[in-house]
Write a protein of this length. Structure first.
Length: 304
């Protein structure tokens, strides 16, 4: 299905989304990370999940892509990190956007897959609206605690870097340079695919200030460790063991906090989705989703 727009009345945000597979299949919602558009979920990865019997939904978070971009003052990233400035919104607002999208599509509950910041959002959905989540797959993400998942010191200046560029080609080069720093050291650098993705992203929407508004939500998030113990759906935590941006300690802490969660550590994987691992990650997502659907059937049988 081609990209479509829907308004989320509860937050006033217009969400751009795209689907793969039959709408009659079990819904699976993909939530992407900081400053990153929905097309970063690879088309072939989405088709793979759809071929396994899922109605795959990917969408642009607020302030990226073709979803609403806020007309508000952009916070200063350094002041945000020093907690001297309030963000324009929180992760809870972004979670409400995702729930509103499910409402607009008439979906009561879905399997939720979140990458990086998308994993933060997925956790908030599961904590606040557990009835909307069938299973969780949390990729290269953490609990919100600053004790775990810390980036390598050399990457901290990257978070405060001014991303404004002179044009399309410079913007693409910035994406490539960042990808080289945080990507998977154990796999070949896929420059052609990343260059094409960066170009598509620029053409869809270029708003580096939106990244900093999202960053405000990330930097002011709370530690969810205790509340994660209330999550009762099948959960897999997938983390690259070579991730320099979110240390694997974040993923391990998540798996300890969520009852029954499985931790899958992938050697050589950094803070990205390398092509050779798409099928493996899809396997883990699908297995966890199948467990979630099986549990729903058992619950219905018991209640009947």
């Amino acid at each position: 299905m081609a990209e479509q727009l829907t308004l989320v009345p509860s937050t006033g945000i217009e969400i751009c989304y795209e689907t793969f597979g039959s709408s009659e299949a079990a819904p699976l919602l993909l939530v992407m990370g900081l400053g990153t558009q929905m097309i970063a979920w690879p088309d072939d990865f989405c088709r793979d999940l759809a071929s396994r019997g899922y109605f795959v939904i990917r969408f642009d978070n607020r302030d990226v892509g073709r979803s609403s971009h806020l007309d508000v003052r952009t916070p200063d990233p350094v002041r945000l990190m020093l907690r001297r400035e309030r963000p324009p919104y929180r992760l809870g607002d972004m979670a409400a956007d995702a729930i509103g999208l499910l409402d607009a599509l008439g979906i009561g509950s879905a399997h939720v897959v979140g990458a990086s910041m998308g994993g933060f959002i997925a956790q908030v959905i599961a904590i606040r609206r557990p009835e909307r989540v069938r299973s969780l797959a949390l990729i290269m993400t953490s609990t919100g605690s600053f004790r775990v998942g810390r980036p390598k010191v050399r990457l901290i200046p990257l978070l405060a870097r001014d991303r404004r560029t002179a044009g399309r080609e410079e913007a693409i080069e910035v994406v490539l340079s960042v990808s080289r720093l945080i990507g998977s050291s154990g796999y070949p650098f896929d420059e052609a695919r990343l260059r094409e993705l960066a170009g598509r992203s620029f053409d869809r929407s270029y708003d580096p200030q939106g990244l900093y508004r999202q960053m405000g939500a990330v930097l002011r998030q709370s530690d969810r460790t205790v509340r994660l113990k209330s999550v009762r759906v099948p959960t897999v935590v997938i983390h690259g063991l070579a991730d320099p941006l979110v240390n694997p300690s974040g993923g391990r802490a998540l798996a300890r906090a969520i009852p029954g969660a499985r931790f899958v550590g992938l050697p050589g994987m950094g803070h990205d989705l390398p092509r050779p691992l798409w099928s493996r990650i899809a396997d883990e997502v699908a297995a966890t989703a199948a467990a979630g659907d099986e549990r729903r059937i058992e619950d219905r049988t018991v209640s009947a």
